[in-house]
Design a protein around this ligand. Structure first.
Ligand SMILES: [Zn+2]
Length: 268
Protein backbone atom coordinates (compact mmCIF):
# COMPACT_ATOMS: atom_id res chain seq x y z
CA UNK A 1 0.00 0.00 0.00
CA UNK A 2 1.83 3.09 -1.16
CA UNK A 3 1.42 6.24 0.81
CA UNK A 4 1.78 9.75 -0.41
CA UNK A 5 2.11 12.80 1.74
CA UNK A 6 -1.32 14.13 2.59
CA UNK A 7 -1.57 17.16 4.78
CA UNK A 8 -3.82 16.82 7.80
CA UNK A 9 -3.95 18.51 11.18
CA UNK A 10 -3.47 15.05 12.67
CA UNK A 11 -0.15 14.70 10.92
CA UNK A 12 0.99 18.12 11.99
CA UNK A 13 0.02 17.34 15.58
CA UNK A 14 2.07 14.16 15.54
CA UNK A 15 5.13 15.85 14.08
CA UNK A 16 4.99 19.06 16.11
CA UNK A 17 3.59 17.85 19.43
CA UNK A 18 3.68 14.08 19.99
CA UNK A 19 7.12 13.50 18.46
CA UNK A 20 8.98 16.25 20.38
CA UNK A 21 7.25 15.11 23.59
CA UNK A 22 8.37 11.52 23.10
CA UNK A 23 11.84 12.83 22.27
CA UNK A 24 11.95 14.92 25.44
CA UNK A 25 10.78 12.08 27.66
CA UNK A 26 13.57 9.87 26.33
CA UNK A 27 16.03 12.76 26.52
CA UNK A 28 15.29 13.00 30.23
CA UNK A 29 15.50 9.23 30.73
CA UNK A 30 18.71 9.13 28.69
CA UNK A 31 20.15 11.99 30.71
CA UNK A 32 19.45 10.19 33.98
CA UNK A 33 20.58 6.76 32.81
CA UNK A 34 23.77 8.04 31.20
CA UNK A 35 25.11 9.08 34.56
CA UNK A 36 25.58 5.37 35.39
CA UNK A 37 25.35 3.55 32.10
CA UNK A 38 26.60 5.04 28.85
CA UNK A 39 28.23 2.41 26.64
CA UNK A 40 29.63 3.97 23.49
CA UNK A 41 27.62 3.29 20.30
CA UNK A 42 25.28 0.92 22.14
CA UNK A 43 23.61 3.68 24.14
CA UNK A 44 22.34 5.76 21.19
CA UNK A 45 21.16 2.55 19.51
CA UNK A 46 19.19 1.58 22.62
CA UNK A 47 17.81 5.11 22.86
CA UNK A 48 16.72 5.08 19.21
CA UNK A 49 15.15 1.64 19.62
CA UNK A 50 13.15 2.83 22.62
CA UNK A 51 12.00 5.93 20.73
CA UNK A 52 10.97 3.81 17.71
CA UNK A 53 9.06 1.27 19.82
CA UNK A 54 7.24 4.04 21.65
CA UNK A 55 6.17 5.79 18.44
CA UNK A 56 4.98 2.49 16.95
CA UNK A 57 3.01 1.75 20.12
CA UNK A 58 1.43 5.20 20.02
CA UNK A 59 0.40 5.04 16.36
CA UNK A 60 -1.12 1.59 16.92
CA UNK A 61 -2.96 2.84 19.97
CA UNK A 62 -4.20 5.96 18.19
CA UNK A 63 -4.79 4.06 14.91
CA UNK A 64 -2.91 6.80 13.11
CA UNK A 65 -1.95 5.63 9.63
CA UNK A 66 -0.27 8.37 7.64
CA UNK A 67 3.08 6.70 6.94
CA UNK A 68 4.90 9.83 5.80
CA UNK A 69 3.84 11.69 8.93
CA UNK A 70 4.84 8.72 11.09
CA UNK A 71 8.23 8.62 9.42
CA UNK A 72 8.69 12.36 9.99
CA UNK A 73 7.56 11.97 13.62
CA UNK A 74 10.11 9.22 14.20
CA UNK A 75 12.91 11.37 12.80
CA UNK A 76 11.82 14.37 14.89
CA UNK A 77 11.52 12.30 18.10
CA UNK A 78 14.84 10.54 17.53
CA UNK A 79 16.60 13.85 16.85
CA UNK A 80 15.03 15.52 19.87
CA UNK A 81 16.17 12.76 22.24
CA UNK A 82 19.98 13.17 21.96
CA UNK A 83 19.66 16.95 21.62
CA UNK A 84 17.43 17.06 24.68
CA UNK A 85 19.95 14.98 26.62
CA UNK A 86 22.48 17.76 26.17
CA UNK A 87 19.87 20.28 27.19
CA UNK A 88 19.01 18.41 30.39
CA UNK A 89 22.74 18.18 31.04
CA UNK A 90 22.88 21.94 30.65
CA UNK A 91 19.94 22.47 33.03
CA UNK A 92 21.42 20.21 35.69
CA UNK A 93 24.78 21.97 35.37
CA UNK A 94 23.06 25.20 36.46
CA UNK A 95 20.59 24.19 39.14
CA UNK A 96 19.98 27.90 39.76
CA UNK A 97 17.54 27.69 36.89
CA UNK A 98 15.37 25.26 38.77
CA UNK A 99 15.31 26.69 42.25
CA UNK A 100 13.69 29.91 41.08
CA UNK A 101 10.35 30.33 42.77
CA UNK A 102 11.01 29.96 46.47
CA UNK A 103 11.35 33.37 48.05
CA UNK A 104 14.54 32.63 49.96
CA UNK A 105 16.45 31.49 46.92
CA UNK A 106 15.10 33.94 44.37
CA UNK A 107 17.94 36.44 44.82
CA UNK A 108 20.50 33.71 44.61
CA UNK A 109 18.91 32.10 41.55
CA UNK A 110 18.69 35.38 39.69
CA UNK A 111 22.41 35.81 40.34
CA UNK A 112 23.11 32.34 39.00
CA UNK A 113 20.94 33.01 35.99
CA UNK A 114 22.95 36.10 35.27
CA UNK A 115 26.22 34.24 35.18
CA UNK A 116 24.95 31.05 33.52
CA UNK A 117 26.19 30.80 29.91
CA UNK A 118 23.89 30.16 26.97
CA UNK A 119 23.18 26.59 25.89
CA UNK A 120 25.52 27.05 22.92
CA UNK A 121 28.31 28.34 25.11
CA UNK A 122 27.76 25.42 27.49
CA UNK A 123 28.11 22.94 24.60
CA UNK A 124 31.22 24.70 23.39
CA UNK A 125 32.72 24.50 26.88
CA UNK A 126 31.79 20.80 27.12
CA UNK A 127 33.44 20.14 23.76
CA UNK A 128 36.57 22.01 24.83
CA UNK A 129 36.68 20.00 28.06
CA UNK A 130 36.46 16.86 25.96
CA UNK A 131 34.26 13.80 25.87
CA UNK A 132 35.87 10.64 27.26
CA UNK A 133 35.37 7.85 24.72
CA UNK A 134 37.20 4.77 25.93
CA UNK A 135 40.30 4.25 28.02
CA UNK A 136 42.39 7.40 27.83
CA UNK A 137 40.90 8.50 24.54
CA UNK A 138 39.08 11.80 24.87
CA UNK A 139 37.39 13.60 21.99
CA UNK A 140 38.15 17.31 22.18
CA UNK A 141 36.70 20.24 20.31
CA UNK A 142 35.49 19.35 16.86
CA UNK A 143 35.92 15.63 17.60
CA UNK A 144 33.52 15.92 20.51
CA UNK A 145 30.98 17.53 18.19
CA UNK A 146 31.51 14.76 15.64
CA UNK A 147 30.98 12.10 18.33
CA UNK A 148 27.74 13.82 19.38
CA UNK A 149 26.60 14.00 15.77
CA UNK A 150 27.35 10.28 15.37
CA UNK A 151 25.30 9.56 18.51
CA UNK A 152 22.37 11.48 17.06
CA UNK A 153 22.72 9.71 13.68
CA UNK A 154 22.79 6.29 15.36
CA UNK A 155 19.72 7.17 17.40
CA UNK A 156 17.79 8.23 14.29
CA UNK A 157 18.87 5.19 12.26
CA UNK A 158 17.95 2.78 15.08
CA UNK A 159 14.55 4.43 15.49
CA UNK A 160 13.85 4.21 11.74
CA UNK A 161 14.92 0.55 11.60
CA UNK A 162 12.53 -0.28 14.42
CA UNK A 163 9.67 1.58 12.77
CA UNK A 164 9.96 0.30 9.19
CA UNK A 165 8.63 -3.23 9.80
CA UNK A 166 5.65 -1.75 11.64
CA UNK A 167 4.92 0.50 8.66
CA UNK A 168 4.81 -2.50 6.34
CA UNK A 169 1.69 -3.73 8.10
CA UNK A 170 -1.37 -2.78 5.99
CA UNK A 171 -3.58 0.09 7.09
CA UNK A 172 -7.25 0.26 6.13
CA UNK A 173 -8.08 3.83 5.26
CA UNK A 174 -11.80 3.10 5.17
CA UNK A 175 -12.21 2.27 8.88
CA UNK A 176 -8.90 3.89 9.80
CA UNK A 177 -7.27 0.95 11.57
CA UNK A 178 -4.07 -1.06 11.28
CA UNK A 179 -4.41 -4.68 10.21
CA UNK A 180 -4.34 -7.11 13.11
CA UNK A 181 -3.44 -10.78 13.08
CA UNK A 182 -6.51 -12.91 13.69
CA UNK A 183 -5.00 -16.32 13.21
CA UNK A 184 -1.50 -17.64 12.80
CA UNK A 185 0.49 -20.75 13.35
CA UNK A 186 2.53 -23.60 11.98
CA UNK A 187 1.00 -26.08 9.58
CA UNK A 188 2.14 -29.42 8.26
CA UNK A 189 3.61 -29.72 4.75
CA UNK A 190 0.41 -30.93 3.10
CA UNK A 191 -1.61 -28.09 4.57
CA UNK A 192 1.17 -25.65 3.65
CA UNK A 193 1.03 -26.78 0.03
CA UNK A 194 -2.76 -26.59 0.06
CA UNK A 195 -2.70 -23.02 1.46
CA UNK A 196 -0.10 -22.01 -1.15
CA UNK A 197 -2.30 -23.52 -3.83
CA UNK A 198 -5.40 -21.62 -2.65
CA UNK A 199 -3.40 -18.39 -2.51
CA UNK A 200 -2.02 -19.01 -5.98
CA UNK A 201 1.60 -19.07 -4.82
CA UNK A 202 3.48 -21.19 -7.32
CA UNK A 203 7.19 -20.53 -7.10
CA UNK A 204 7.86 -22.83 -4.16
CA UNK A 205 10.92 -24.98 -4.73
CA UNK A 206 10.94 -26.84 -1.46
CA UNK A 207 8.66 -26.21 1.45
CA UNK A 208 9.88 -26.62 5.03
CA UNK A 209 8.14 -25.63 8.26
CA UNK A 210 5.39 -23.56 6.67
CA UNK A 211 3.64 -20.91 8.76
CA UNK A 212 0.65 -18.76 7.98
CA UNK A 213 -0.72 -15.51 9.31
CA UNK A 214 -4.15 -14.10 8.58
CA UNK A 215 -4.86 -10.43 9.19
CA UNK A 216 -7.84 -8.13 8.82
CA UNK A 217 -8.59 -4.51 9.57
CA UNK A 218 -10.56 -3.92 12.75
CA UNK A 219 -13.63 -2.69 10.90
CA UNK A 220 -13.61 -5.89 8.86
CA UNK A 221 -14.14 -3.89 5.65
CA UNK A 222 -10.96 -4.56 3.67
CA UNK A 223 -9.95 -7.91 2.21
CA UNK A 224 -8.19 -10.40 4.47
CA UNK A 225 -4.46 -10.72 4.00
CA UNK A 226 -2.71 -14.05 4.13
CA UNK A 227 1.00 -14.25 4.77
CA UNK A 228 2.62 -17.58 4.10
CA UNK A 229 6.22 -18.16 5.12
CA UNK A 230 8.37 -21.23 4.73
CA UNK A 231 11.99 -22.29 4.81
CA UNK A 232 13.79 -23.10 1.61
CA UNK A 233 16.31 -25.93 1.72
CA UNK A 234 19.04 -23.30 2.08
CA UNK A 235 17.46 -22.25 5.39
CA UNK A 236 16.43 -18.93 3.90
CA UNK A 237 12.91 -17.92 4.86
CA UNK A 238 10.56 -16.98 2.04
CA UNK A 239 7.43 -14.96 2.59
CA UNK A 240 4.46 -14.49 0.26
CA UNK A 241 1.67 -12.04 1.00
CA UNK A 242 -1.66 -12.36 -0.73
CA UNK A 243 -4.91 -10.39 -0.53
CA UNK A 244 -7.67 -12.95 -0.38
CA UNK A 245 -10.89 -12.94 -2.34
CA UNK A 246 -13.92 -14.02 -0.35
CA UNK A 247 -13.75 -17.41 -2.07
CA UNK A 248 -10.08 -17.90 -1.11
CA UNK A 249 -10.92 -16.75 2.41
CA UNK A 250 -13.66 -19.35 2.69
CA UNK A 251 -11.41 -22.12 1.35
CA UNK A 252 -8.61 -21.25 3.77
CA UNK A 253 -10.97 -21.21 6.74
CA UNK A 254 -12.20 -24.63 5.66
CA UNK A 255 -8.66 -26.03 5.48
CA UNK A 256 -7.64 -24.56 8.84
CA UNK A 257 -10.84 -25.62 10.60
CA UNK A 258 -10.31 -29.19 9.41
CA UNK A 259 -6.84 -29.46 10.92
CA UNK A 260 -5.93 -31.97 13.58
CA UNK A 261 -5.49 -30.82 17.18
CA UNK A 262 -1.72 -30.55 16.83
CA UNK A 263 -1.93 -27.94 14.13
CA UNK A 264 -5.11 -26.28 15.21
CA UNK A 265 -4.46 -22.57 15.13
CA UNK A 266 -4.58 -20.48 18.25
CA UNK A 267 -6.95 -17.60 17.81
CA UNK A 268 -5.44 -14.36 19.05
ZN1 LIG B 1 -11.29 -1.41 7.46
Amino acid sequence: MPSTWRFSWDSLGWILIAAPLVGLVFAWIGHRVQADFAPLILFPILLGTAVGITIVGLIRFAQFGNRSAIFAAVVVAATTAPLGEHYFGYLSAYPGFQVAGSASSSDHSSLVRQVAPSFGAYLQAQAARGRPLWGDVVAHGVFAWVSWALDAALTVVAAILVTLPALRVPYCSRCGTWYRTTRNGKVDLTTGRRLAEICGIEDIASLHSPRYRLAVCQGGCGPMRCELSWEESSNAVSVARVWLTSEQRRQIAEVLDGLSEEFRPIDE
